[in-house]
Ligand binder design. Structure first.
Ligand SMILES: Nc1ncnc2c1ncn2[C@@H]1O[C@H](COP(=O)(O)OP(=O)(O)OP(=O)(O)O)[C@@H](O)[C@H]1O
Length: 294
C-alpha cells in the first residue's frame, strides 16, 4: 500500500491565491466543489482532473464570473466576491470555449480587448503588435481569424493575456483539441507570458511541462497538491509495470494489471512479457485508485 505524502512546499504567506472552505452547489443540487482549502503559489500552476471534476467551476469562480455558494478566496489579497472589480483589473481569463471572431484579424481582436480594458488606442495598437509578434503571429496578424489554424487561434488569446500585462492569467484547457505541434507552440507562448498562470488541463504532459505547482482535483475535492518534483518523489526509484496477466498487489484498469516495483525488479517483469514504463503524473491518479481499493 502506498502512502499519500502531502508536501507544503511554500508557506501560506507566499500564496498568490488563498482558497478557504470553497463550496459550489449548482441550482440543480449538483455539488461541483465540496469545500476546498488550497493555497496556490506564484509561477505557473496547473489544475488537473477528469471530466466533471470541477476545474471549470473553480476557474470561473476565481475569475469572478461565477459566485461561490460559500467559502472565501483571496487573490493577491483581494477578496474575489467583495472586491471583484479590483480582482478583474489584475487578472485575465481565457475561457475554455474562447474562439476569435472569424471576420476580425488577430490584431483587431487583441486591440479591441485592450481598449475594453482601458488602454488608449495608440498603446493598444503598439502592445497588440508586440504581443502578436511575441507569440509567433507576426505574419498572420492582419488576416481574418477564420483562415487560421486551431493553434494560431488559441495563440490570439495568449497574445491578449501577454499584451494586457495582467499579473495573473487564468486559462481553462488552453490546448484541448490541438495537434501536438500546435500544442507545443501554445506552450512556448504561455512560457513567454511572464505572468502568474493558472491553467486547467486533461493532459498530464502539459501540466508536467509547463507548471511547477500541480493540483489534482477529483469529484470536487483536492486529491493531491504540491510541487511537481515532490509529488512524484513518492515513486522515487520505482517504475510502473503493466501486465496482461493477474499480478499480486496490482490494480486492474481496462484489462491491464498495473503495479509499482523497484527499478531493479523491472527485468523480471519484462521476462514475463509485461511492459515497464517510467513514472509520469498519470501515476498519481492510478496510485489514488490503489489506495481506494478495499
Ligand atoms: N451550470 C451548471 N449547472 C449544473 N451543474 C453543472 C453546471 N456546470 C457544471 N455542472 C456540473 O458540475 C460538475 C463540475 O463541472 P465542471 O465543468 O466544473 O468540471 P470540469 O472538471 O471542468 O470538467 P471538463 O473537464 O469536462 O470541462 C459536473 O458534474 C458538471 O456536470
Amino acid at each position: 500500500m502506498y502512502q499519500l505524502v502531502y508536501y507544503e512546499a511554500f508557506s501560506a504567506r507566499e500564496a498568490l491565491i488563498e482558497i478557504r472552505g470553497l463550496k459550489k452547489v449548482y441550482s440543480s443540487g449538483k455539488v461541483a466543489l465540496g469545500g476546498i482549502d488550497l493555497d496556490i503559489p506564484s509561477g505557473i500552476s496547473a489544475i488537473i482532473g477528469r471530466n466533471g471534476a470541477g476545474k471549470t467551476t473553480l476557474m470561473r469562480i476565481l475569475s469572478t464570473q461565477l459566485l461561490p455558494t460559500s467559502g472565501s478566496i483571496r487573490i493577491n489579497g483581494f477578496h474575489v466576491v467583495r472586491e471583484a472589480s479590483k480582482v478583474r483589473k489584475i487578472v485575465c481569463s481565457i475561457p475554455q470555449e474562447a474562439s476569435p471572431i472569424g471576420v476580425l484579424t488577430p490584431l483587431e481582436q487583441v486591440k479591441m480587448y485592450l481598449v475594453a480594458r482601458g488602454f488608449s488606442y495608440s498603446t493598444a495598437d503598439a502592445e497588440a503588435k508586440r504581443a502578436l509578434e511575441e507569440v509567433g503571429l507576426a505574419e498572420s496578424m492582419r488576416v481574418p481569424a477564420d483562415t487560421l489554424s486551431g493553434g494560431m487561434k488559441r495563440k490570439i488569446f495568449v497574445a491578449m493575456a501577454l499584451a494586457s500585462g495582467s499579473e495573473i492569467v487564468f486559462m481553462d484547457e488552453p490546448t484541448t483539441g490541438l495537434d501536438p505541434i500546435s500544442r507545443y507552440e501554445v506552450w512556448a507562448a504561455i512560457r513567454k507570458l511572464g505572468s502568474n498562470v493558472l491553467l486547467t488541463t486533461h493532459y498530464m504532459e502539459e501540466a508536467a511541462s509547463l507548471s511547477s505547482y500541480i493540483v489534482l482535483v477529483e469529484s470536487g475535492r483536492i486529491m493531491n497538491r504540491g510541487m511537481l518534483r515532490e509529488l512524484l518523489s513518492v515513486f522515487s526509484g520505482k517504475v510502473r509495470v503493466e501486465c496482461r496477466q493477474y499480478q499480486e498487489e496490482s490494480i486492474e484498469i481496462g484489462g491491464i494489471y498495473i503495479k509499482y516495483v523497484d527499478s531493479d525488479e523491472a527485468e523480471a517483469y519484462v521476462k514475463m512479457g509485461c511492459d515497464v514504463k517510467n513514472i509520469t503524473l498519470d501515476d498519481l491518479f492510478i496510485k489514488e485508485r490503489i489506495q481506494l481499493e478495499p
